[in-house]
Design a protein around this ligand. Structure first.
Ligand code: UVW
Length: 332
């Protein structure tokens, strides 16, 4: 049964970090990542293993279920055909315009190259939600006005603002799939509760410390790779996990599913959608990573029993963007 709005309002009051790192702060809980924390993360590298947590950006991506997001459209703008045929056979106007421009490259010259172009929503695949992604009641994180996100982009809390933090820290994988004995996929209707996170922390014999990035394996991406169905909801964190992340001073949270949190309104707060997004992004200033590919990392952690790693996950620095693609890596 959905919780009521009164509980949400109480949580928002208690968890709100506005002013905690100054009135002009645009980093939120990334402030928990100190120089000492970055050094601590580097010390987790002992085996020389590099594990990619990034999904593919391709026409076969997870988009399509929501009409406002599409999969990437990737086209070539220069390829080998241009070198071998365009100069010789292209229509005159094209030869004038392009071939002339490229004659230095293509004529009497062994050098050849390919170029390409991509059109896509910044939220198409593995991504970070910037703090400007979600707001309510006309306010963004730290009280910045919602109308500071304009058709020119976000003047406050754009993704490029996190540049100074990397984003890199200690990552800790919490493997819900293994804990539930699930095959690939945590079924819808069973949100991950704070108590379950505590159980997983105990079972894995790990600790969540200030500045850690919490990485939650639900199995959704592995399931998507197997079925190609990007519309399946699956479960995620119950909205009350926002408090758990707050109490552990997590720097950020990432998961392998669509929204990190459980999207089922029956498990949320009656009268609103995605309450954990609202609390994390707008009240706490805590970024959400979505569509991460966590299958290989989970397999590796199960094999060596080590669930902590150096996480390196810098978003693409798109100025004013409210989210950005990322190809995170875990290094052990
Ligand atoms: C919304 O919150 C609308 O999207 P996302 O799941 O990408 O954060």
């Amino acid at each position: 049964m959905a919780d009521d709005m009164r509980l949400f309002r109480e949580a928002a009051e208690e968890l709100r970090n506005w002013g905690r790192w100054g009135d002009d702060d645009e980093l939120g809980t990334l402030n928990f990542i100190t120089a000492e924390k970055v050094t601590e993360a580097a010390r987790l590298v002992t085996q020389g293993k590099v594990i990619s947590l990034g999904g593919d950006f391709s026409a076969g991506g997870p988009q399509g279920a929501f009409k406002f997001r599409q999969n990437p459209v990737h086209v070539m703008t220069v390829d080998g055909g241009d070198a071998s045929t365009l100069v010789e056979y292209g229509p005159q106007w094209l030869r004038n315009a392009v071939a002339a421009d490229m004659s230095a490259f293509f004529a009497d010259n062994p050098f050849r190259f390919n170029d390409d172009l991509i059109v896509m929503p910044l939220q198409a695949a593995t991504q970070w939600d910037a703090l400007s992604h979600v707001y309510y009641e006309d306010k963004l994180y730290n009280g910045f006005p919602a109308d500071s996100v304009t058709s020119f982009g976000a003047f406050h809390l754009g993704i490029e603002k996190v540049d100074g933090k990397g984003i890199t820290s200690c990552g800790v994988l919490l493997d819900v799939v293994a804990h539930r004995g699930a095959d690939m996929f945590c079924a819808p209707g069973q949100p991950i509760t704070p108590a379950e996170l505590d159980e997983i922390v105990a079972a894995q014999n790990v600790e969540i410390r200030s500045g850690d990035i919490v990485v939650v394996h639900t199995g959704w991406w592995t399931r998507f790779l197997a079925t190609g169905d990007g519309g399946e909801a699956g479960s995620g964190l119950h909205w009350t996990c926002a408090r758990w992340l707050h109490d552990h001073e997590a720097a950020a949270v990432a998961a392998d599913n669509l929204m990190v949190e459980d999207p089922d309104p029956a498990n949320g707060v009656e009268g609103t959608f995605l309450p954990m997004h609202m609390l994390c992004l707008r009240d706490m200033g805590l970024m959400l990573g979505e569509y991460w590919d966590l299958g290989p990392l989970a397999a590796d952690c199960a094999a060596d029993g080590i669930y902590e790693f150096q996480l390196v996950a810098p978003p693409l620095k798109v100025v004013g963007a409210v989210g950005a693609p990322v190809s995170p890596i875990a290094i052990k």
